[in-house]
Write a protein that binds this ligand. Structure first.
Ligand code: GCU
Length: 423
């Protein structure tokens, strides 16, 4: 490990020591990882092995239900419609190469409403474009310099670098996140891309679920109620409801993707909604792709204490008791099978446990193989910038920090080309 990397990890460690008055020092030492045995995705809870594809379907439901009950919370069904109104459209964006439009999606339930804005960039060169769908962290306007894209009115995380105070979006943040959304490159490769500000679906703070979709649906709460990660995943499904009706998009070729906490939401959306034909986890870490039992970097205790609103109350039972979890995150990845899945890590993102993310994909491979697919064709962790993309599960680790970069996007598009044809 280089000196600068060590320094970074130390700073990260210091920053994360005090949570609610309790000390937390992340473990970054492989030799200190506790011994663990991963629950087998191919054995039912009663010990019966899975012997056929039909049995896997039943086991899949069993695993899904355990994740709902113990971790993400049970999502309510949705019978209401999604009312779509295009509030802005430019058919000749990017020198005529793309159509940019923003669609206001209104979800109505009883007499309540929730609005979320879906910003779409669609290539003009193609009918039925495949699409990448993912949330952004600070508002659609931060992903573009286009002055017509709306400024979110929802609660936003404060950010000193972006001069966001009082949890309100402001004009000066227009375009501050364009690096994470390389629209030009995506359009040039024939893909459409859609994004929504995640806080419009559920503001990311602990308010006992009084706002966002929780307030819309007003579910009674108990120990397995849905929490924020599930709420964000649910919002992606509502965007999917709309996308199925947009004639410029191919609803059978929609990849759901997300970075970090939004990667957790993307994987859960992929697990719960099989309309997503491909799933991409970018640095999703603890509560996403990384194996919880490794307790490397962020742990179940730390995530539950720092972000008490992300997971269902039941999940706290496993604080410092990961060995009692009836599942681990490799089984979450296995729920994506047989659909293509991409897991990506970054070298300086030890907090998210890159090795744990990789091992999770390796373990999920057992289910893919059971279904006659390759899964991830790599037993050893590849070197940085050496993506393994020739299987049904892809993996890469990129040099650099916790982020989603053009390099990451390029690999996702290379992977998607394999299944959906290069343009
Ligand atoms: C924190 C959190 C992570 C999360 C990340 C992010 O670091 O501990 O679990 O993934 O924020 O969303 O950027």
């Amino acid at each position: 490990m280089t000196k600068s990397k060590l320094l970074l990890l130390t700073i990260l460690g210091l920053v994360t020591t005090a949570v609610f008055g309790q000390e937390f020092t992340p473990n970054y030492d492989e030799s200190k990882i506790p011994d663990y045995t991963l629950p087998n995705a191919l054995v039912f809870e009663d010990g019966t092995p899975v012997n056929s594809v039909e049995q896997w379907d039943a086991r899949r439901k069993e695993i899904l239900h355990l994740f709902e009950k113990e971790m993400y919370g049970i999502m309510p069904g949705w019978e209401g419609g999604v009312h779509a109104e295009t509030v802005y459209q430019n058919d000749t964006a990017m020198a005529g190469q793309a159509t940019v439009k923003e669609v206001k999606l209104t979800l109505k339930y009883q007499r309540r409403e929730l609005e979320m804005y879906l910003l779409l960039h669609i290539p003009n060169s193609r009918k039925n474009a495949p699409l990448f769908l993912g949330y952004n962290f600070y508002g659609n306007h931060t992903t573009t310099h286009d002055p017509k894209v709306h400024l979110t009115r929802s609660w936003v995380n404060n950010n000193i670098d972006f001069n966001i105070t009082e949890n309100k979006a402001n004009e000066s943040t227009r375009g501050v996140r364009i690096k994470r959304w390389p629209y030009q490159e995506i359009i040039a490769r024939g893909y459409a891309v859609g994004t929504i500000y995640y806080g419009e679906v559920d503001p990311d703070f602990d308010d006992n679920f009084r706002n966002g979709v929780h307030a819309l649906l007003k579910q009674p709460s108990d120990s397995s109620s849905w929490a924020s990660v599930a709420a964000w995943a649910w919002g992606l499904s509502r965007a999917m409801d709309y996308l199925e009706t947009d004639e410029k998009i191919d609803p059978d070729r929609i990849a759901v993707l997300g970075h970090s906490r939004l990667g957790k939401a993307a994987v859960w959306a992929g697990a719960t909604d099989e309309r997503f034909a491909m799933v991409i986890s970018n640095n999703s870490g603890c509560g996403g792709a990384a194996i919880s039992r490794r307790q490397y970097g962020e742990t179940v205790w730390r995530i539950n204490n720092r972000f008490p609103h992300w997971f269902t109350p039941n999940f706290s039972k496993y604080n410092e008791k990961e060995h009692l979890l009836p599942f681990d995150q490799h089984q979450l990845l296995a729920l994506i099978a047989p659909r293509p899945l991409y897991v990506a890590s970054a070298t300086d993102d030890q907090w998210a446990d890159p090795k744990g993310e990789f091992l999770s994909a390796v373990e999920a491979t057992k289910v893919y193989r059971f279904l006659g697919l390759t899964g991830l064709p790599a037993a050893e962790m590849p070197k940085p910038e050496s993506p393994v993309i020739h299987g049904t599960i892809a993996y890469h680790i990129r040099t650099g920090k916790h982020d989603i970069t053009l390099y990451d996007w390029q690999q996702y598009m290379n992977f998607a080309d394999r299944f959906w044809g290069a343009w």
